[in-house]
Design a protein around this ligand. Structure first.
Ligand SMILES: CC(C)(COP(=O)(O)OP(=O)(O)OC[C@H]1O[C@@H](n2cnc3c(N)ncnc32)[C@H](O)[C@@H]1OP(=O)(O)O)[C@@H](O)C(=O)NCCC(=O)NCCS
Length: 169
């Protein structure tokens, strides 16, 4: 299993992974719209030369109090082909890509997702760090991970995803 940055020739396979995992086109469309936008990052999991998993990050803004120019990313979407799920591929994608985000200067990552899944990677409810989701979601489903200790000290406000997300509310 190899985790690596997405390449231009991966685009069709990445779309297929998202459609197969989510059983709809919304997430695949979102990735296609965001790809190439500044500060977006895309990684794939490759097994036997087949793309079996994908993870994507895009920049978010905090509306409220926060240090200027704090680089925060939103993790979304993550997808693993149904036949390959529950074998640790999603975990590998998250762990590897978080290290890359850190290396790229990102200070914190937010995610809206399963509250049972993300805490094992260090995510905590974003509310504990003073952050709210712009969408109406259960508190425990909106989580954040500081990649630099204390990066969110003094922060409070609403996390805003890129406008492309709003079409899928
Ligand atoms: C979520 C997803 C990316 C996880 O990838 P994965 O390779 O299956 O993950 P791992 O093997 O590393 O971890 C498996 C764990 O994921 C969690 N998980 C997977 N699917 C889940 C679901 N539908 N609901 C809750 N938790 C889920 C469980 O904690 C599971 O652990 P378990 O097998 O002990 O129950 C994958 O299941 C997927 O593509 N799902 C469809 C798309 C999706 O829902 N994306 C996430 C939106 S937040």
């Amino acid at each position: 299993m190899e985790i690596r940055a997405e390449k231009p020739e991966d685009v069709t396979a990445v779309r297929k992974v998202n459609i197969a995992a989510f059983k709809r086109e919304n997430e695949a469309d979102l990735v296609d719209q965001l790809r190439g936008v500044a500060s977006t990052f895309s990684f794939v999991a490759v097994e036997s030369e087949q793309i079996v998993g994908h993870i994507f990050y895009s920049p978010v803004e905090i509306e409220g109090e926060c240090a200027d120019n704090l680089f925060i990313l939103g993790l979304a979407p993550i997808a693993v082909l149904p036949d390959y799920q529950r074998q640790g591929i999603g975990s590998l994608l998250i762990q590897h890509s978080l290290k890359e985000c850190d290396r790229l200067g990102c200070k914190a990552v937010v995610v809206l997702g399963y509250p049972e899944y993300y805490p094992k990677f260090g995510f905590v409810p974003a509310k504990e760090k003073g952050l709210r989701c712009e969408y109406t979601v259960p508190d425990e489903a909106f989580m954040v991970l500081e990649l630099e200790n204390g990066a969110l000290d003094g922060c409070s406000g609403t996390v805003k995803y890129r406008f492309e997300f709003s079409q899928f509310e």
